[in-house]
Design a protein around this ligand. Structure first.
Ligand SMILES: [Zn+2]
Length: 375
């Protein structure tokens, strides 16, 4: 893996940590504010209950005064009744007395209602006071906790920021700029390439791009999400191609005029990465196509007139890599629909050798030069 990519991965981890810490620091005052709001609600409720209690008390006094007034009236009517001259006058006074007595009973009932209310009211006030006390204690605890967590987070933040700054210094400026731009929009600046996909945006990659990204020779960006690619062989779905020890020995060149020729193509129109084998026999030639990783055959053997170079020009593009490999036609027929693993291994190893040669003969080109700019 390129050192820049290595550092970018570390930087991305640091950026993620920093973002989480910042979010936590920002969330704490909001939590405290929410509790304080609840506390204000409890206080308001307590005030209301207390005010209702005072109102009851005032009402009770009013009803008691009413009763006194009515009792006064009754005494007055009784005194008057001693002096009346007619039966009608007496009846009228008696009626007044009965009415006042009725009024007294009404006021007594109201007082009783208030007294019953007072008990409920007192319970309500007590409950509200207890709630307020508990909430006040809780908010103090929460505030203390928030202060502690914030202080810890701030400490961690400054440590991570220092780490981040150190990492940034070690990364090429243009790559860093690209990373930060994508990071800002997408939350991550890097994406793993795995199983022919960009794991950042899930877009399928063309075989050639996939192979280039996996080779880790240059810094590459996703054409679709602009994230910078990295490849982790440990995460590869199909662990193909065992790592061949570098022997330093030169790779044997396949003979140009051999009657059988193996090719690798990363960009086969529908199948993607394939292995092709052509065999000349008599006046014609045959072609077989196999899936690169599994060795499974695609379609049937195709027979055409003339040698394979004349017969299958559409297959022998510039992208076709010639591989070492020769098996008897009879043996290939016996393979059936799949290349046996020992043969497949040999072909894979030769392809690796080609790539190593290629790597050795090409100096690093600047990473950004051939990449599309970020929109
Ligand atoms: Zn992508």
């Amino acid at each position: 893996m390129l050192p820049d990519i290595d550092k970018l991965l570390e930087l991305q981890a640091a950026d993620k940590e920093i973002r989480q810490l910042r979010e936590e620091v920002a969330a704490l005052p909001k939590r405290v504010a929410a509790i304080e709001q609840k506390l204000a609600g409890t206080k308001a409720h307590l005030e209301k209950v207390r005010a209702a209690g005072k109102n009851d008390e005032a009402n009770r006094k009013k009803f008691e005064t009413n009763i006194k007034d009515l009792q006064g009236k009754i005494s007055k009517y009784r005194a008057q009744s001693l002096d009346v001259k007619t039966n009608d006058q007496y009846k009228a006074l008696l009626h007044e007395i009965q009415f006042a007595e009725q009024e007294i009973r009404l006021n007594e009932d109201r007082i009783l209602d208030v007294m019953v209310n007072v008990e409920t009211r007192e319970k309500e006030v007590k409950a509200a006071e207890a709630e307020l006390k508990a909430e006040t204690a809780e908010i103090e605890k929460e505030k203390e906790e928030a202060r502690k967590v914030t202080a810890e987070d701030q400490k961690k933040l400054s440590e991570w920021n220092a780490k981040r700054d150190a990492l940034r210094h070690g990364i090429s400026e243009d790559i860093l700029r690209h990373y930060e731009r994508v990071m800002k929009f997408r939350g991550t600046g890097l994406a793993e390439v795995r199983d022919h996909k960009c794991m950042g945006c899930q877009v399928m990659l063309r075989p050639q791009i996939y192979n280039e990204a996996r080779s880790g020779e240059t810094v590459m960006f996703c054409e679709s999400c602009q994230r910078i690619y990295y490849y982790n062989p440990a995460n590869e779905v199909k662990p193909e191609q065992e790592v061949v020890t570098v022997t330093g020995r030169k790779r044997a060149r396949p003979k140009a005029d051999a009657p059988q020729a193996w090719f690798y193509r990363a960009d086969y129109p529908e199948e993607g990465e394939v292995l092709l084998v052509f065999t000349n026999s008599g006046g014609g030639s045959t072609r077989r196509i196999y899936e690169m990783h599994t060795g499974r055959q695609f379609g049937e053997v195709l027979l055409r007139e003339g040698n394979y170079r004349q017969a299958f020009p559409e297959d022998l593009t510039e992208a076709a890599l010639r591989l070492n490999g020769h098996w008897e036609e009879k043996e290939i027929e016996e393979w059936g629909s799949e290349i046996p693993s020992n043969a497949l291994d040999l072909l894979h190893k030769d392809l690796l050798a080609i790539r190593r040669e290629h790597k050795a003969s090409h100096k690093h080109s600047p990473a950004t030069a051939e990449q599309p700019a970020v929109g």
